[in-house]
Design a protein around this ligand. Structure first.
Ligand SMILES: *Cc1c(COP(=O)(O)O)cnc(C)c1O
Length: 389
């Protein structure tokens, strides 16, 4: 054949993709959990994805079963019932809420709507991985502010937020803004560092950011934060029309498999985001389950109390083994494990304990460990005692 035409491989398709997509790498989900479950069965200890090991409220399960009779119907495209429940919970208007297929979808859509080629998006080193993905997918330019210094990683749970090792440096973030900045992403508390910043620091930051820059505060772990200086950004919405807060049902509510997140913002910002929302982005069982979950505050409090108790116990147990554990207000711990990190991870995996590798974040000397149940943490520690050098 004289004219075979182009080879339709991945590189060729990438060359036809939007500029922002060409250099992108797909989200790295960590290990192949389906294969690992097949191999280890019920013995697998899954501590890689910051899931809630206690599961959702029984009311959420019952609500899903109720929905099984009407799966032939489209879900409510407005998610009115869930929005009403969320509006009550947060003392906002329903017009201030937008539902997403996980908060991941909303974080992506924020960049798609508010940033493009020539625009800058600012976030912190070691900020949540989706911030970089969202920026690049939108074709905008990433501006990464340095994090607070690593310092002495063994610092206590009561480290003041402004000296949080690896945490967001709000002054550095402020200094990274330019007239081209359209969007700032913060995570409070942050994944993968577990760090947080205080309510006063956030209020000061927002007061300094020009009003035409949209500030997104990702609060995926807010329900689990109990440090005295931690504060949600939600009450600041009344003062800052450029503020967006994202939340999720994936962590404290134990509904990661349903894929529901939401954002809170000014009604007019939400109205613009609505233009790009897929009409039925949250499915009917998910809407019903989340509404029911919100009604079971006791279950949420029970989960958060268990998590806080196990977070302290696991931190102590890891420190007793000579490991540096960073302070965390989440359901995971970042642990400094040095040159042996890859060997430790491999050893744990061979024993059916899954963690999330941190090399993608530039933290290849650290482990990120989801806080499991008491039994799961025991299995982790037993395996760790076998593999630690
Ligand atoms: C887990 C997590 C989310 C939640 O993502 P969903 O898409 O809602 O499951 C968002 N932000 C951070 C920082 C997270 O760790």
């Amino acid at each position: 054949m004289s004219d075979a035409g182009p080879v339709h491989d991945e590189a060729w398709f990438a060359s036809r993709a939007q500029p922002g997509v060409r250099g992108l790498k797909a989200y790295d989900p960590g290990h192949d959990l389906v294969a690992l479950r097949r191999r280890f069965g019920a013995g697998l200890v899954e501590l890689g994805s910051n899931e809630n090991p206690y599961g959702p409220s029984p009311d959420a399960r019952a609500a899903i079963l109720d929905q099984l009779h009407s799966l032939h119907r489209y879900p409510d495209p407005l998610g009115a019932g869930l929005k009403r429940a969320l509006a009550d919970k947060h003392c906002v208007q329903t017009e201030q809420l937008l539902l997403g297929n996980g908060s991941h979808e909303l974080l992506m859509q924020l960049a798609q709507v508010f940033a493009g080629p020539g625009d800058e998006v600012v976030f912190s080193r070691y900020g949540f991985a989706v911030f970089a993905l969202a920026t690049q997918a939108a074709g905008a330019t990433m501006r990464i502010a340095e994090a607070l210094p690593r310092g002495q990683a063994g610092s206590s749970q009561h480290t003041p937020a402004q000296s949080m090792p690896l945490g967001h440096d709000l002054a550095a973030l402020r200094a990274t803004l330019t007239p081209a900045t359209r969007l700032v992403y913060l995570a409070n508390p942050n994944n993968p560092t577990g760090t947080w910043f205080g309510g006063r620091a956030l209020a000061d930051f927002l007061a300094q950011v020009p009003g035409d820059v949209i500030v997104v505060v990702d609060e995926a772990y807010a329900e689990m934060a109990d440090a005295p200086d931690y504060a949600s950004a939600v009450p600041l919405l009344a003062r800052h029309a450029n503020l967006v807060v994202t939340r999720t049902f994936s962590k404290a509510y134990g509904l990661a498999g349903l894929r529901v997140g939401y954002l809170l913002a000014a009604p007019d910002l939400v109205a613009v985001m609505e233009r790009l929302r897929e009409s039925f982005n949250v499915n009917a069982p998910a809407l019903a389950a989340c509404e029911a979950a919100l009604g079971d505050e006791a279950h949420l409090q029970w989960v958060c109390a268990r998590n806080a108790e196990q977070r302290i116990a696991l931190t102590d147990a890891l420190r007793a083994r000579g490991l540096h554990v960073f302070p965390s207000q989440t359901n995971f711990l970042l642990v400094e494990s040095g040159d042996a990190t890859a060997a430790i991870e491999a050893g744990l995996l061979a024993r059916g304990v899954v963690l999330r590798p941190m090399s993608g974040y530039g933290l290849s000397d650290c482990l990120r460990i989801t806080v499991g149940t008491r039994e799961e943490n025991r299995r982790l520690l037993d395996a760790l005692d076998e593999v630690l050098p």
